[in-house]
Design a protein around this ligand. Structure first.
Ligand code: PRP
Length: 210
């Protein structure tokens, strides 16, 4: 039997696009298209096993070796700093890490800024680089509500189309970090399964350059 390559894919639209690229790279798994509640799919003929996980969990599976490779956003890699190899910028899933606030927000630099975010480490590092004192409020979602309810002065969050901000009457104050999807690998398994991983890497590189 072939050595199986375990691949963690981010559940959602980005993951589906990424799967299509893996399929082109010679690692098809037709059953993945037939069932939308199952989470693990394998094709023993080509030696690949895919699993759908929450985008923010991909790096955990890869770091601990439950997955050999996976696709994760630069935001997650920067926030949690998992001990993995970042192999390739896939040039997709592009967005920006931003500071946003109500449109009438005026920054009083004499005061500690209250910042609501899911990305505590990224926000702290950003404001530390500006020499600004902040009070961080960690939230798990619906961050946009925080300034509206005056829970926080600003938010640090991902902006893709800008629709979420607009629909909640918030504006971008600062875009400070471009984000895109990255191919990542478990450090030990990158050596053990190098041939398969290199094959995927070179095909993905070719596909992203088009
Ligand atoms: C992200 C982010 C914003 C939204 C921005 O949330 O937290 O809410 O996307 O996208 P837009 O600029 O295109 O409107 P996500 O969809 O990842 O959901 P989450 O809040 O559950 O993480």
């Amino acid at each position: 039997m072939k050595t199986m390559l375990n691949v963690a894919l981010p559940k959602g639209r980005l993951g589906e696009k990424v799967y299509a690229m893996f399929e082109k790279a010679g690692f098809p798994c037709p059953s993945i298209k037939e069932n939308n509640r199952k989470l693990i799919f394998e094709n023993q003929d080509v030696g690949v096993r895919y699993f759908w996980v929450k985008p923010s969990d991909v790096a955990i599976y890869v770091e601990r070796g439950a997955a050999d490779i996976g696709v994760a956003g630069k935001d997650i890699l920067d926030e949690y700093k998992p001990d993995i190899y970042e192999l390739l910028d896939l040039n997709m899933g592009k967005c920006d890490m931003c500071v946003a606030a109500k449109s009438d927000f005026v920054d009083d630099r004499a005061k500690t800024l209250t910042v609501a975010t899911k990305f505590t480490n990224i926000a702290k590092a950003h404001y530390a680089s500006l020499g600004r004192d902040i009070d961080i409020i960690h939230l798990n979602g619906s961050i946009e509500i925080a300034p509206i309810l005056e829970l926080a002065d600003v938010i640090v969050d991902i902006v893709e189309t800008g629709t979420t901000l607009k629909e909640n009457n918030l504006v971008v104050v600062e875009r400070f970090m471009p984000i895109s999807a990255r191919l990542i690998a478990n450090k030990a398994n990158f050596m053990f399964k190098n041939e398969q991983i290199e094959k995927i890497m070179s095909s993905l590189l070719e596909q992203t350059e088009k």
